[in-house]
Design a protein around this ligand. Structure first.
Ligand code: ADP
Length: 175
């Protein structure tokens, strides 16, 4: 039987930490569905379509990886994808509390659902999407933290944002 896992997340943006988890999980699962969550409560830098598109580019030559997005309950989405395995990454003790709560909540919704955690390699423990956004916004390079396509898109996006707000500032000062 083929083992498929759903790897859900915000991936805003997709980082080398996410990549590390997927590369290692590919040795455990036959197929991994990387699925971008529509999370209305989170303010994101990239749209769902942009995130899906970037992740698709990263895995374009890899038939083991499917890239998708989902709305609503993860348990329902997993059913739709005909799997009962969720994959999550664990960086530190601070991830543990949240991840455990989510795993238990999902299990109460579907007792057959299993959440599999992979502990990140030590080189990636400090990498988070929010840290990367901060570095790039402040003019730093995220080249060593994210895949190349993500870095290019991040710079484009954040520089455009800064350009827009400085134009706005200039207009405000001039008015
Ligand atoms: P979410 O908003 O669902 O937490 P993220 O994109 O932040 O989405 O994370 C998706 C998953 O990847 C989570 O399980 C998270 O713990 C894991 N993850 C995030 N960054 C790393 C990293 N640097 N190393 C390993 N796992 C990570």
């Amino acid at each position: 039987m083929k083992r498929t896992a759903v790897y859900p997340g915000s991936f805003d943006p997709f980082t080398n930490g996410h990549l590390n988890i997927i590369n290692r999980a590919m040795k455990v699962f036959d197929k991994i569905i990387v699925s971008v969550a529509h999370n209305v409560s989170k303010k994101t830098i990239f749209t769902i379509e942009e995130r899906v598109d970037l992740i698709k580019k990263i895995f374009k030559d890899n038939p083991q990886i499917e890239v998708d997005s989902f709305h609503g309950l993860l348990v329902e989405y997993a059913k739709l994808k005909k799997t009962n395995i969720l994959l999550r990454g664990m960086r530190s003790v601070s991830d543990f509390e949240y991840e455990m709560q989510m795993a238990i909540a999902n299990k109460t919704l579907n007792p057959d659902l299993e959440t599999v955690f992979m502990v990140t390699d030590s080189n990636y423990t400090y990498i988070s999407s929010s840290l990367i956004k901060e570095i790039v916004t402040l003019g730093g390079s995220a080249r060593h933290l994210v895949p190349e396509v993500v870095e290019k898109k991040l710079v484009q996006k954040l520089q455009k944002k800064q350009g827009d707000s400085s134009t706005h500032e200039t207009r405000k000062q001039g008015s």
